[in-house]
Design a binder for this molecule. Structure first.
Ligand code: SAM
Ligand code: SF4
Length: 355
């Protein structure tokens, strides 16, 4: 019987990207389409204490064995190479749930001590943030995003399968009190579940001084249940918001930022919409990604990975690792191709890549 890699549950094709002799001699993470990756997204763990229905099944996933995960020292070494040798100047720690990673504050403090000092942010579900916000700020986190899809406790419990909305709200307030500004809220709207809350979420964010960003649901769930026709599009989100607010483009240069940003009722409050599916921004992408087990991915939707952990554990020098990372990014595809007839969802779910 023929068994595919996907059926075996193996992650995308792993290995080392070919050394294309056509790659210009440039120390940065350039690709063949003129983009330069300067923003490193790091997944610290694939584990999570919530079970958002659009992300993972109720029973969770087969978590990565501890020995496969990079140690703090291995991780800091790769981050150092990225910042010092490859021109990365933004770091975002995510997961899974990054607050579950032991040693998080130490990893952040080591990253913040690098030269040039990178900008450091965190994407978290907010559980436990109330206790940690001060320490995270002291360690060097500049900004953070907290995910919250609803303001209704029963709804929160059914979307995340845990009754923890009050923890998230406390986490948001603690983040602001710790000066981690701007505190952003990430919301995913699901048809028939919370899509009637778009305006309530924005009113809440405006009232409390948080910056809300709606994210279009992407085909990255572990269950492979995403359906294009079911997702709430950016266009629909804008229509819903327009029933209660006047939105005008904020006029700022977007650069590689995924969110289209609008002033709410003339400002200063803003709202962002990340239309990854209906208005992809791949042409301006400046991201490179590192999974908790030390694989470089050039895109959330990449189907190949480059194994830096094997190099780290095999005694490779910093220069060798940097070079392999450069070639991994040189081969980045032009776009994610969600709309292509041959689109294949990556084998790793969002929670194991780092969203
Ligand atoms: N656990 C943390 C959290 O929820 O913020 C960090 C990881 S989570 C994968 C990062 C972000 O991705 C969250 O805002 C979450 O709502 C979003 N997300 C998860 N699955 C998604 C999907 N299929 N499409 C779009 N966004 C998704
Ligand atoms: Fe956990 Fe974040 Fe996925 Fe929700 S979206 S299950 S909080 S990793």
């Amino acid at each position: 019987m023929h068994v595919t890699a996907t059926e075996l549950g193996l992650p995308a094709l792993r290995g080392t990207a070919k050394r294309d002799p056509g790659r210009p001699d440039d120390s940065r993470l350039i690709d063949g389409f003129g983009r330069v990756a300067t923003d490193l997204r790091i997944s610290l763990t694939d584990r999570c204490n919530l079970r958002c229905t659009y992300c993972m099944p109720a029973e969770g996933l087969d978590w990565m064995p501890r020995e496969e995960q990079l140690t703090d020292a291995e991780l800091v070494r790769l981050v150092t190479i990225a910042v010092r040798d490859l021109g990365v100047h933004e770091l975002r720690f995510t997961g899974g749930e990054p607050l579950l990673r032991k040693g998080l504050e130490e990893v952040i403090a080591a990253s913040a001590a690098l030269e040039p000092r990178p900008d450091i942010s965190l994407t978290t579900n907010g559980i436990g943030l109330a206790r940690r916000a001060e320490a995270l700020a002291a360690a060097g986190v500049n900004r953070l995003n907290v995910s919250m899809d609803t303001l209704r406790p029963e709804r929160f419990a059914s979307i995340t399968r845990r009754d923890r909305l009050s923890d998230v709200l406390a986490g948001l307030a603690a983040a602001r009190a710790a000066g981690l500004e701007p505190v952003k809220i990430n919301s995913v709207l699901l048809r028939g579940v919370n899509d009637d809350e778009a305006t309530d979420l924005l009113a809440f964010a405006v009232e409390h001084g948080y910056e809300l960003r709606f994210i279009e649901q992407m085909p990255l769930d572990a269950q492979h249940g995403w359906q294009r026709a079911e997702m709430i599009t950016a266009g629909e989100i804008m229509e819903k918001l327009a029933t209660r607010f006047t939105l005008t483009p904020d006029g700022e240069e977007r650069g590689g930022a995924p969110a289209e940003r609008y002033l709410v009722d003339g400002g200063p409050s803003r709202v962002g919409v990340i239309a990854s599916v209906t208005r992809p921004f791949c042409g301006a992408c400046d991201r490179t990604r590192l999974t908790a087990d030390g694989q470089v991915r050039s895109c959330l939707f990449a189907r190949t990975e480059t194994d830096l952990r094997a190099l780290v554990r095999g005694g490779a020098s910093d220069a060798e690792i940097a070079d392999v990372w450069r070639y991994a990014m040189w081969g980045k595809l032009a776009g994610h191709g969600i709309d292509d007839p041959g689109f294949l969802q990556p084998d790793r779910p969002m929670s194991a890549i780092g969203g």
